[in-house]
Design a protein around this ligand. Structure first.
Ligand SMILES: Cc1ncc(COP(=O)(O)O)c(C=O)c1O
Length: 402
């Protein structure tokens, strides 16, 4: 059989294209923090992860511009060799303080940070425990390690406890969880998870991708929100959401970070974060700390949209954050709702299998501090106009994704 046999069997995307409901790889011609120009028409962006709206902040743009002039547009090398700038060191020291950890290590993307943290730590006799709704980057990262992987039903800490109890007492154990689940918008019950970890002498890693800038009095994420900095061993985060750039970080004890610095293949065998991105993240952290009112605005919009959607009778699953999934039904319906919103000037994302179960496809909406009240009104009105297309009695993903 030809290696390409599977290629011909893949027809779903072409079918969606033929029906005019293909939502991917849409070329954006220009952007503001809250709008995208597509096909010559400006649309409200509620399909990004630009939670604090910092992508176009003058201080962030200026820092990125100045760093490009000073260091060039790329580092042309690995962190290990010629790719470490004083800016990378500055960002690592800053993030260690921000997450209240001893040390931090910066990678070129969050995905690579995940691979670089998990693969070297999970040796042959080690065990990793992942929530079934953990982000794909964590799953891939754990698979790259040599240890045994256990998946537990979303939020089922009794089940997790049983899995841990069956593990040999002397094995290395690491529980890996999203802080905010990226398709649900729900917050992990970290106090419970940490208790289970303690009972079984397991370590804990939290991915703060969708919580950084959103949760915690200081904006540092879920761990800060619960005040569990001393109980969580490792924090992962990405710069591609609230920090408006690209890159990722793992923060933790100095000896662990030192080990990862010399063993993380996704750090060593790839070029480092470009100067403009590093400088942009440093400036974004300045704004995050200096303008807490951004977080307040983000939450005000989130609460308004969540209440508005609930008033329309939508099933929003278990969301508790600016990630607001509207469960619409099967993939075809998701494509049609997405298209109707798009034509109405609202850019969203349909989330379909394998990211979510077949009958709980959803339109993922995410809010930004930079949205105006008028934009929020327009989003709510657009959803009202498609509300007749939305299936109402589907079970939420949290209920069926096991
Ligand atoms: C929960 C979570 N972790 C990690 C990542 C990866 O981050 P990055 O975009 O920096 O590779 C993402 C991005 O989609 C994410 O949602």
């Amino acid at each position: 059989m030809s290696i390409f046999e599977k290629v011909n069997g893949f027809t779903m995307a072409r079918a969606a294209q033929a029906m005019g409901i293909y939502p991917y790889f849409t070329p954006i011609q220009e952007t503001t923090a809250t709008e995208a120009l597509i096909d010559g028409k400006w649309r409200i962006m509620v399909g990004s992860n630009n939670y604090l709206g910092l992508t176009h902040h003058p201080k962030v743009l200026d820092a990125a511009h100045r760093a490009s002039l000073k260091y060039g547009v790329g580092s042309t090398g690995s962190r290990f060799l010629n790719g470490t700038l004083d800016l990378h060191d500055e960002l690592e020291a800053r993030l260690a303080r921000f997450f209240r950890k001893e040390s931090a290590l910066v990678f070129t993307t969050g995905y690579q940070a995940s691979l670089g943290a998990l693969a070297p730590l999970l040796g042959r006799n080690d065990h990793a425990y992942l929530d079934r709704l953990d982000h794909a980057s964590l799953v891939d990262a754990a698979r790259l390690g040599m240890g045994e992987i256990h998946r537990y039903t979303h939020g089922d800490f009794d089940g997790l406890s049983r899995q841990l109890a069956r593990t040999p007492a002397d094995a290395g154990k690491l529980i890996v969880t999203d802080g905010v689940f990226s398709m649900e918008g729900s917050i992990v019950d970290l106090p419970r998870l940490v208790n289970v970890a303690k009972e079984h002498n397991a370590s804990v890693l939290v991915d703060e991708a969708h919580a950084l800038g959103v949760l915690g009095d200081d904006g540092a994420g879920t761990v800060s929100h619960f005040g569990l900095q001393d109980e969580v061993d490792l924090i992962l985060a990405t710069f591609s959401k609230s920090l408006a750039s690209v890159g990722g970080v793992v923060a933790g004890p100095e000896n662990v970070i030192h080990f990862l610095r010399h063993h993380a293949r996704s750090l060593i065998f790839t070029a480092s974060m470009p100067p403009a991105s590093v400088a942009g993240v440093l400036a974004a952290l300045d704004v995050l700390e200096a303008e807490p009112e951004r977080r307040a605005r983000l939450w005000a919009h989130t609460n308004r949209v969540t209440a508005g959607f609930r008033a329309l009778g939508f099933d929003l699953g278990s969301t508790q954050t600016p990630v607001i999934p509207v469960v619409v039904g099967d993939p075809l319906r998701a494509g049609m709702v997405w298209r109707a919103l798009f034509d109405d000037g609202v850019f969203t994302h349909p989330i379909v299998p394998p990211a979510v179960p077949e009958h709980s496809c959803r339109i993922r909406v995410s809010m930004s501090a930079e949205h105006t009240d008028e934009q929020v009104d327009r989003v709510l009105n657009a959803f009202e106009r498609v509300s007749h297309m939305v299936a109402r009695r589907e079970p939420s993903a949290a209920a069926i994704a096991t």
